[in-house]
Design a protein around this ligand. Sequence first.
Ligand code: CS2
Length: 488
Amino acid sequence: MTHRLTSIDTLSDNVVRPAYRREDHGSGIVHIGLGAFHKAHQAVYTDDALAVSGGDWRIIGVSLRSTTAAEELTPQNGLYTVVERGKEGSRARVIGALAGALSLQADRPAVLHALCAPATRIVSLTVTEKGYGIDRSTGGANPDHPAIAADLADPDNPQGVAGLLVWALKARRAAGTEPFTVLCCDNLPENGPLVRSFLIDFARRAAPDLVAHIESEVAFPATMVDRITPARGTGTLKLAEDMIGLRDAAAIECEAFRQWVIEDSFPQGRPDWAAGGALFVKDVRPFEEMKLRMLNGTHSMLAYSGFLAGHTYVRDVMADPALAQLVRRHLAAAAATLDPLPGVDLGTYAEDLARRFANPHLGHETYQIAMDGSEKMPQRIFSPALDALKRGQSIEAFAFAAAAWMRYTLGQRDDGSTYELRDPMQIALQASPAPSSADGIIGHLNGIAGLVPDALKDNTAWQTALAVNLDIMLTRGMRTAIDEAAAS
Ligand code: CS2
């Protein structure tokens, strides 16, 4: 039987591995949200940084709820394989940046200890948009979010992101330890400032005496993160084993492309992530807007329409000529809402995105991207739609995307078969009884507080375009809606 990956010494010579002695580097980062994306992105950049510039910057990964990542990684001493699936073929690389993998449920004292350790200078986060409990209309904490409610009720026994960070910042201040930098790596608009306002609002309720300390001493750099990383497929582990010659229960696969743009605000220092190609800038916002609107916005459009047209993977959507045409239309419409970004050609960026989506080696499910639409639509579709209206540009692409999402919230395909919505607002989104007309559905979703911006609800052109698209989807089916939109 093949041996398991536990040490880099047992790897055959042709496998790319950490170009540094792992044991020479202490840990300096606690990462919360130890999923495939972190393993494919920030951990890879950190691996490059350690190889080129060294430093005590290895990562202690933490899962808040699940124990799976820790169970997969701990027997492997934190080692795992990233299989990069590019056009020209696949490349396996073993990453050594993880110094440990913990689950809050199973290893609470170790997690709290790591958060308080003076060596921990950065706490980075990938907990998905819904993981924080942010009230997006105020930028504060949403007291109805389960983790926020639990942490407000029992702040000394934190469960969620806000509770843990505030608890740890308080303990550090009491011990005379410098605060860590909070690095949000989720696809949220202006993610650094947003998480800052969220945490300050939470602290106001849970630890008021800490508010001034967070406001003046804690840095929240903004980031734009990018690497398409599908959830692990049935073939991932076998593929990794074939490539490295060892069993690896923690292997992941992703595209070859990666990008990271970071605001350079790290008072306690940081790894040399530029060694891995990260770009440090003063203002991340234009990069973030470009990525959220063009990549993620188009992803959401193609996920809802593609899923309902029967496509399992993004690559299948791109092989459907009418949908590929709608992808191009959406990319162009999103690009038109952006201010010019020096050094970036948006046309080339759009072409590269279409190529990345078409990657035949990635099994990226439309159903995965369709998840959590209520958390994604505001920054991906509604904001650019508002900008398009302001600029007097066509809103058709955004109205089609929003209509496809609304159609998707019904939880039923054109053939009557059903699927689970997988959205934190599921109950509110799915009215009972379900309205059957376009106007009824739009009225219901417009009525959910804080979901659709008022400026869109009040805009007649938007409401009309939305109703026309949704009506075709409802009465003549998603296939016809796609074909007609592509022909228009
Ligand atoms: C996707 C993103 O699932 C989704 O919503 O749009 O995860 C996307 O693949 C990444 O942001 C790419 O960097």
